[in-house]
Ligand binder design. Structure first.
Ligand SMILES: Nc1ncnc2c1ncn2[C@@H]1O[C@H](COP(=O)(O)OP(=O)(O)OP(=O)(O)O)[C@@H](O)[C@H]1O
Length: 269
């Protein structure tokens, strides 16, 4: 069965068509990257899958059940979302914020239903190296540390599907890699289904097993990074000329932008 089935979706904002007849299937345990130029409809597609937006036509089905028929807590157990700036710098403590991820497992009194929850929260903080930060308020953390706490909250939610919207945008190069490795190991350990909007195509190539390419609200291509990351597709979709090289360690395709000049040397000398 498909974990996510996007069926014949049409979505407009006013008169602006944003997604036009998009159909797509995601199998359980897959790690998809959604790529495409600015304004191609990536975030809108993610918002439709998470139920934040409603389609004008078509339907989203999660785990065989229409999204529209999920109750709120039931949906929170199925699916979690992490935005590019996952948590605002509010005065809540890291520990408290991660505990908030347990909301779908609490009854109306706020009582936790899983007796192993304390152990789970402890393991998450260990794994994300948040132990030494657990009593710090989010307002006293760096953007990268806050994004790790946001991932902790989402992990505490124990969803089957995680939607990530440009999750590494504000992270430095080390934390970009670290964050993607954390998501990837969580995905493999739990058989999680991941859909991530990615602007960094080289990171997408390293971590995603499938890529969906959106262009002007339509699916331009879908396939493995080896199939998708070609000079032809990059030029057709992003209007850039690229060299595609094989990553020396793992063989995944990596992009280099073609250029005539190296301005830092040739011009500024
Ligand atoms: N709430 C909204 N109201 C009106 N128009 C919107 C709204 N949200 C998005 N749009 C428009 O829909 C189109 C697609 O936006 P979307 O955010 O889905 O693109 P994207 O591929 O995620 O872009 P980016 O790479 O720039 O984040 C854009 O033209 C955008 O201006």
């Amino acid at each position: 069965m498909d974990m996510i089935h996007v069926k014949d979706i049409v979505k407009s904002y006013g008169r602006l068509p944003v997604l036009n007849d998009v159909s797509w299937r995601v199998k359980p345990g897959q790690f998809w990257g959604i790529i495409g130029p600015n304004g191609s409809g990536k975030t809108t597609l993610l918002n439709l899958i998470s139920g934040v937006e409603k389609p004008d036509q078509g339907e989203i089905v999660l785990g065989g059940k229409p999204l529209a028929s999920y109750r709120r807590k039931e949906l929170s157990r199925k699916l979690a979302v992490l935005q590019q700036d996952g948590l605002p710098p509010v005065p809540f403590l890291v520990r408290e914020v991660i505990e908030m991820g347990r909301f779908p497992f609490q009854d109306w009194r706020g009582k936790e239903s899983d007796e192993n929850a304390v152990k789970l929260l402890h393991e998450i903080m260990e794994k994300l190296e948040l132990k030494e930060l657990e009593d710090r308020p989010l307002s006293m953390l760096s953007g990268g540390q806050r994004q790790r706490a946001a991932l902790g909250k989402v992990m505490a939610q124990q969803p089957e599907i995680v939607l990530l919207d440009e999750p590494t945008t504000y992270l430095d190069i080390r934390y970009q890699m670290h964050f993607m490795e954390l998501v990837s190991s969580w995905q493999r350990e739990e058989g999680l289904t991941v859909v991530a909007v990615m602007h960094d195509l080289n990171l997408a190539s390293l971590f995603c097993d499938r890529l969906l390419v959106l262009q002007e609200g339509k699916i331009a291509a879908e396939g493995t990074p080896d199939e998708i990351l070609s000079s032809e597709t990059m030029e057709a979709v992003f209007e850039v000329k690229t060299h595609i090289v094989s990553h020396p360690d793992v063989g995944a395709p990596q992009l280099l932008l073609k250029t005539e000049k190296r301005l830092s040397i040739n011009e500024r000398g």
